[in-house]
Every structure is written in structure tokens, then in C-alpha cells.
Design a protein. Structure first.
Lengths: 408, 160
């Protein structure tokens, strides 16, 4: 159904209509209005393009993208589509190249995405080839506007959207800089295929209320501190958020003690070294989850740092691409610490595996509920920042931004 | 180890592999850490990370105690729908190492059977193992599970 034939519940942001996750036509409209619209999409870390003449592939929603670092070190992004017949240009996830050659008919591009050669353009022996007035370059892959910020590469198809830092807002920009404090060192990545609509995952990320309820790992092992101070920050436009909490422990000592208690009382981790950590940012914040509309997440869980790309792959299928990193000046001990803490995240993450399933539970649960709506009233009806994380303010913020983009 | 023949090595590894996957497929997760040496390493990663020399793992444990913690988390903390695995292993290629241990490479395919009845191919890859023989008993000093794909469907709760 066309979105204009739909109407949002009169209660406003405290009600989310279930058709928003299951309307087939909406999916295509989101691609146009959000992912290829007035939004910035995270493409990769600068560290993933370590040298001149390197590339990697990414996505702007459905649209396949090539991100490159050219011979002069400048970063470009363009549609991964040949000017000729629309074939993918880059078939590999990443690599090194001085030029990009389409495998189908050998049309050639430089790393800025400019068409530089058409095979047999003048034919062979005066026969065949293209007419002299042909302008194949006018059909070239769509160029993106690219900006980098603190080692993160973002792209947009919009000429009109605000510059990246302005799009983040001052609080979000400051908290990105806080985590990206030094040049990143890539530690690796993987993808999780979520059986749900992309918006369900973004809501999950922004939902600080669910964290201690769904993810029982900390609670079960009595490692959760309900008294931890923290807060929730929602950007002015609603689309970006930060949830953070302070951790009282210094260099893992409290967890060691928890481990000792476990030996005596039968709870806690037998091997508490899993959670050994250092306050590398020097501000006592042990957890910071940050998101940028529509589909970017920057995560600091103790010393486990990752970026997540949320890539819609259809109405009820979403790729969650994780890339973990440390910093170039990490020593082996620090890398080992990050590797151990990585047990907490990803598809096998002791605190994050549930998120993979939770979006699917909603997607399956609402199959017959197209006319119904969910209730999002924790923390009231607003979208402003607050100290309590028992709040759905950031979820409402997401819908505020979504409705503005979609005109609904 | 020098007095162990090639055939005896083959049988020991074959037996260890068979008992290992049977314990997982039958849901005897509490037995799973016992297949490892006390300070055994268990790592699940992707071929993509391995080929790039990147250290990230989805699961990384460096002792039986860490494996036991993961089992307790699976039993008591983590939320996932009831499911089982069925492992199918290829023949192990075995080479004795200089330190007396064995190196074994074994292909695997794992089907995941959900409580709803849905059965699907869940994972394929290789086990790259270092195995120590103590008398008649074989243990994994290290087990690297190298997934062929970078994608995992929904979640990876039960170990591979």
C-alpha cells in the first residue's frame, strides 16, 4: 500500500503500527526516501582502506556500493554497477586495484568511479563498435557524497543533506570522537542474518529498557549493577542516540571478587578473566551504545569496540555486519583483552545473541496483527535525553526521524 | 608418541571426533569442556578473518573453565529457541607435530533442527585441531573452528 494511504496512530510516537514492519510496498519506499534519501549511511572504517589503490564493497540500503581509496589517498564511493549493462563491478568484498574492470564486457573505471575505457569501442578492423556520438559515460555508476569523521567513512546519495558532523549533532559527534580516540586497527568481522525487518533491530539498539531484562548473562552471573549510573541522549532530530553507563570496577577487580564469591557461593563466572578490562577512555564509562539514523551503530562494551552496519535484505531479513577494532598502538595484552571480551558480542555473544532472535520473535508475532500497534510509553511520550535508561525515549526518537523522512 | 603407529593415531583422532560431535548433537553440553585439555583453546572464526590474519573470533576460550562458563550461560542465561545440531564430519587429515601432539584437519557440515521442525544447513567449515594423547585418552589442546561463510543465521548458541 502507498504510504499516503496509511495513517499513523493518533496517539503519536507512543504507538507503533505493526504494518510498519510488514507492508511490502513500504520497503521500496524506504529505500528511496531514507537510504537513497536525505540520510548518511556508514560505509566502512578508514582502516579498511589501508593504502592507496584499495577498495571494499558496502551498501546504501539495497544499493550495492564500492568504496575506494585512490592513488592519491582520497576516498570515493559510487554505485557498484557498470554503465553498460548494470553488472556488479566489484565482485570481491575487498582488495587492491589500480582500476576496476567489469568482468562482463571489460569496461574499465578508475578508482573515482569514472569510466575510462570501453572494450572495442571503435570495433575491430573498422567494423562493429559504438557510434562516434555515443556517450556511455553518461550512464555511469551513481557517485556518492563521501565524508569521513574520526576514522569512519559515511556516504549519501543526497546533495542536500547537512554535512556529516551537523547530521550527527554535537553530543553524538563528541561521543564518536571519544571512542575513535586513535587510528583504528582492524581485528576482524562477521555477519549475522536477522530474521526480521531492519527497523526492529534499530529499535532494539535504541531500547535501553530491554538490556537488563532480555540479556540475562550479567544478571544470572550477578555481574549486573542495577545502581550503575548512566543516561540516555537523543539527538534533536530524534534519529541518533547514545546510551551509556558508568562501571564502578577498576581494572576488573570487582569481577575478580565476583569470581571468588562464585567459588564459595556457587554463582559468578568460573573464569572471570573473560571480563577483565581497563578504563582506556579514562572517564569510567564502561558501556556506550551509539546509533546514527538509519542504520549505524558504534559500540563500546568495556574494551570491546565494534561498528555495526544494518543492511536491509528484504522486508523480513536484515544483515547485521559487525567489524571489531582496536587501536594501532595496542600491545598484545590489550588485543588479548579485546578478544576475550568479544565473547560478549556477535551471533554467539553472551550478552548479544538474543538480539538476533528477538527481532524474529516480533516479526513472527505480528503476522496477524496488521491493524494493531505496539505500546511505547516507558519514560512517557517524549524523545528528549534523560538520566534513566528505563525509558523508550530513543525508540520514539527513531520514529520521529523515520516519520519525517517518510512524510508520514 | 613415537611408539604410536599411524593407524593408532588415526583411530584416536577418529574416536575423539566421533565422541565430540555426538556429545554436542545429543545436547550433552556439560561433557563438551571435557574433550579439551585443562588449558585448551577453543576458537570459532570465519575463513575470511583467518585468511586476512585477523584475530577476531565469535567464541574464544582459553580453558575448560571458560567453556564451562559458556555452558552455564547457555543453560541458565541466554535466550534462544530450542534447537539441535547434526554434525557430519569428513575424514581427518592427521600429521604428527614435533612436540608429540597431532595436528588434524577435518571438514564438517552442521544441520540445525529447530523445535518447529525446520531443518536447514547451518554451518560448514573446517576443524583445525591440535590434539594431545595421554595414554589412551585424546584431548584438544586447541580447536579452531573455521567457518566457510562470514554469515551466521540468527545466532550461534550451541557450540560447533
Amino acid at each position: 500500500m502507498n504510504i499516503h494511504a496509511r495513517s499513523w496512530p493518533t496517539e503519536g510516537l507512543t504507538r507503533i503500527p505493526y504494518w510498519i514492519y510488514s507492508d511490502r510496498d513500504l520497503y521500496a519506499q524506504e529505500q528511496e526516501r531514507i537510504f537513497r534519501g536525505e540520510a548518511w549511511t556508514f560505509l566502512c572504517l578508514e582502516a579498511e582502506l589501508p593504502r592507496p589503490n584499495t577498495f571494499r564493497t558496502a551498501n546504501l540500503g539495497d544499493m550495492p556500493i564500492v568504496v575506494t581509496r585512490d592513488r592519491d589517498g582520497a576516498i570515493h564511493a559510487f554505485e557498484n554497477r557498470c554503465a553498460h549493462r548494470g553488472s556488479l563491478l566489484c565482485l570481491k568484498q575487498r582488495g587492491e586495484a589500480r582500476e576496476i574492470v567489469c568482468v562482463y564486457h571489460n569496461w574499465t573505471y578508475d578508482l573515482t568511479g569514472k569510466l575510462t575505457g570501453v572494450a572495442f569501442r571503435r570495433g575491430i578492423g573498422g567494423k562493429g563498435g559504438m557510434p562516434a556520438d555515443s556517450r556511455p559515460d553518461q550512464h555511469g555508476p551513481r557517485q556518492l557524497r563521501v565524508e569521513t569523521f574520526a576514522g569512519l567513512v559515511f556516504g549519501t546519495a543526497s546533495a542536500g543533506v547537512a554535512p556529516l558532523e551537523q547530521y550527527f549533532g554535537p553530543e553524538i559527534a563528541a561521543k564518536i570522537r571519544r571512542v575513535m580516540k586513535a587510528p583504528a586497527r582492524l581485528l576482524g568481522g562477521y555477519s549475522q542474518i536477522l530474521p526480521g525487518n531492519w527497523k526492529l533491530y534499530m529499535e532494539n539498539v535504541k531500547d535501553s529498557y530491554h538490556a537488563s531484562l532480555l540479556h540475562m548473562f550479567f544478571t544470572t552471573f550477578r555481574l549486573n549493577r542495577l545502581s550503575q549510573k548512566g543516561g540516555l541522549v537523543v539527538s534533536e532530530d530524534g534519529g541518533n542516540h547514545i546510551s551509556y553507563s558508568y562501571t564502578a570496577d577498576v581494572a576488573g577487580k570487582e569481577y575478580e571478587q565476583a569470581g571468588m564469591r562464585s567459588a564459595q557461593a556457587g554463582y559468578g563466572l568460573e573464569a572471570p578473566e573473560l571480563l577483565r578490562n581497563v578504563d582506556e577512555f579514562g572517564d569510567g564509562i564502561g558501556l556506550q551504545i551509539l546509533s546514527v539514523f538509519p542504520g549505524f551503530v558504534l559500540q563500546q562494551i568495556r574494551n570491546c569496540l565494534a561498528v555495526r552496519r544494518v543492511v536491509p535484505q528484504g522486508l523480513d531479513r536484515t544483515e547485521l555486519a559487525w567489524t571489531c577494532f582496536g587501536f594501532v598502538d595496542d600491545d598484545d595484552t590489550m588485543t588479548e583483552l579485546r578478544m576475550r571480551q568479544s565473547n560478549l558480542i556477535g551471533p554467539s555473544g553472551l550478552i548479544s545473541m538474543e538480539d538476533g532472535a528477538a527481532t524474529g520473535f516480533v516479526q513472527r508475532g505480528i503476522r496477524g496483527a496488521g491493524g494493531g500497534e505496539s505500546v511505547v510509553e516507558m519514560g512517557g511520550s517524549g524523545t528528549s535525553s534523560e538520566e534513566s535508561r528505563v525509558s523508550e525515549a530513543a525508540v520514539r526518537g527513531f520514529w520521529k526521524a523515520y516519520r519525517r523522512h517518510m512524510g508520514i | 608418541m613415537t611408539d604410536v603407529t599411524a593407524i593408532e593415531r588415526q583411530l584416536a583422532v577418529h574416536d575423539l571426533n566421533a565422541r565430540y560431535v555426538e556429545a554436542i548433537d545429543e545436547g550433552r553440553f556439560e561433557d563438551w569442556p571435557e574433550f579439551f585439555a585443562e588449558k585448551g583453546i577453543y576458537r570459532v572464526t570465519t575463513a575470511e578473518n583467518a585468511e586476512q590474519g585477523l584475530p577476531l573470533a565469535m567464541i574464544y576460550a582459553t580453558s575448560r573453565a571458560m567453556l564451562r562458563d559458556r555452558v552455564r550461560a547457555l543453560r541458565e542465561a541466554n535466550i534462544y529457541e530450542a534447537q539441535r545440531y547434526r554434525h557430519i564430519l569428513g575424514p581427518a587429515r592427521i600429521e604428527p607435530a614435533n612436540d608429540g601432539s597431532l595436528r588434524a584437519a577435518t571438514s564438517f557440515m552442521v544441520a540445525r533442527i529447530m523445535h518447529t521442525g525446520e531443518t536447514a544447513l547451518f554451518a560448514t567449515g573446517r576443524y583445525l585441531d591440535r590434539i594431545v594423547l595421554t595414554g589412551e585418552t585424546a584431548h584438544f589442546a586447541e580447536k579452531a573452528v573455521i567457518l566457510d561463510s562470514r554469515q551466521v543465521d540468527t545466532l550461534l548458541a550451541i557450540p560447533l
